[in-house]
Design a protein around this ligand. Structure first.
Ligand code: SME
Length: 152
């Protein structure tokens, strides 16, 4: 859950940043990491049939390349739909980033209808995310899409 104030702080910081591409994505993930319950904040970039780990803040993960259809991340692309998971322990198709993760949200980044990638957030708390997080991440995804480049 994010408050309206936290929402506008993140959007304001990212929209007023002069950065572009992966530097802007890293900056945005640092802002998200400062929010309560955002224990791992990252971006995956879609390249062909794989999601590649791009900018992130949090523990290193083995999941640097995820095929479309696999895990929560790959399911978002396969279904062309954001994913909001209350408790990852109830999922069969799940790739564990950390044994402490309990809930997860994935929001797609699109430009002109094409999927560029996604924002993926993990929390150590069950049910940490709701519509307020989805709304923030959707607005952030739009800002990142507007200044998208594969690199900097
Ligand atoms: N949990 C994700 C994998 C990415 S890590 O959380 C960083 C999934 O199931 O696709």
């Amino acid at each position: 859950m994010v408050t309206p104030e936290q929402h506008s702080d993140v959007i304001q910081a990212v929209s007023s940043s002069p950065l572009t591409g992966s530097r802007l994505r890293q900056f945005a993930m640092e802002r998200l990491d400062a929010l309560p319950d955002y224990d791992w904040s990252g971006i995956y970039r879609l390249e062909g049939n794989d999601l590649l780990l791009d900018a992130f803040v949090g523990a290193d993960t083995d999941h640097v390349r995820i095929p479309v259809g696999v895990g929560v991340c790959g399911t978002a692309v396969a279904q062309d739909a954001n994913q909001l998971i209350e408790d990852v322990r109830e999922l069969a198709n799940y790739l564990a980033c950390s044994v402490s993760t309990r809930s997860e949200i994935v929001v797609l980044i699109r430009k002109n209808g094409e999927i560029l990638g996604q924002i993926d957030i993990d929390s150590h708390r069950v049910g940490a995310f709701d519509d307020s997080d989805e709304s923030l991440l959707e607005q952030l995804a739009e800002l990142l899409a507007q200044r998208w480049r594969d690199q900097d």
